[in-house]
Design a protein around this ligand. Structure first.
Ligand code: CA
Length: 230
């Protein structure tokens, strides 16, 4: 599911946008302040930004400029004045689209979908972005960069934790015994035994699960082993 950040100080508008986007199955966050919005945009992973122009703290021009210096994520700018749109274009900030208030929420959703589709095609065809990704319900495993994100927030895993999680996620719905997992992830000469697997699963859950007593990703199959839920 795509994750969208709305930076908008008029809460009624932000909530309306959020409602419509959620109806189309997007995950939506709202930030009402420019400075906090910019920080959030730079520090987390989003698939698209909806950015109001006039904001307290840092304005939309500056936010767009800083996003572009760091990311290729699509930016749709929202403004109350048509004149501002000419100004945004003139500044060449690199926004992908512009909408003037008032706009129909369904128009916004249509544009969001179009930009996400275009961006996904762009990533798929770009040789610099050929990272092998596994994405399941908010969990993103970047196999190329060996990084793990939960809802856009990076989680730091050790080498073996990463290998174990990736292996399970690449083989979802398959129950592996602890012996099988130990053989797969640890080489024959490594010190340890199947208890090592249990310890690593516990550590992975502490890092990626919201509630470790009710795991959403790695399921324990009692008396057998573990399975990655899909
Ligand atoms: Ca505003």
């Amino acid at each position: 599911m795509s994750k969208i950040l709305i930076i908008e100080d008029e809460n009624a508008i932000a909530e309306l946008e959020k409602d419509y986007l959620e109806l189309s199955d997007f995950i939506v966050e709202i930030e009402n302040d420019g400075e906090r919005g910019l920080k959030k945009a730079l520090e987390n992973d989003y698939d698209l930004f909806i950015l109001d122009l006039m904001l307290p703290g840092v304005d939309g021009f500056e936010i767009c400029r800083q996003i572009r210096e760091n990311k290729n994520t699509p930016v749709i700018m929202v403004s109350a004045k048509k004149d501002d749109i000419d100004k945004i274009r003139g500044l060449g900030l690199g926004a992908d689209d512009y909408i003037t208030k008032p706009f129909s929420p369904s128009e916004l959703v249509a544009r969001v979908k179009a930009h996400l589709a275009r961006y996904e095609r762009l990533i798929a065809s770009s040789p610099g972005h050929s990272n092998e990704l596994i994405e399941i319900r908010g969990l993103k495993i970047d196999k190329t960069a060996r990084r793990v994100y939960v809802d856009g927030e990076e989680k730091v895993l050790t080498t073996k934790e990463f290998d174990l999680l990736s292996f399970l996620a690449e083989n979802p719905n398959h129950v592996f015994t602890k012996e099988e997992l130990f053989r797969e992830i640890w080489d024959m000469n490594s010190i340890g035994d199947i208890a090592t697997v249990t310890v690593h699963i516990k550590k992975i859950r502490e890092k990626i699960e919201f509630d470790t007593s009710n795991p959403q990703y790695i399921e324990t199959i009692w008396g057998v082993g573990y399975r990655f839920k899909i």
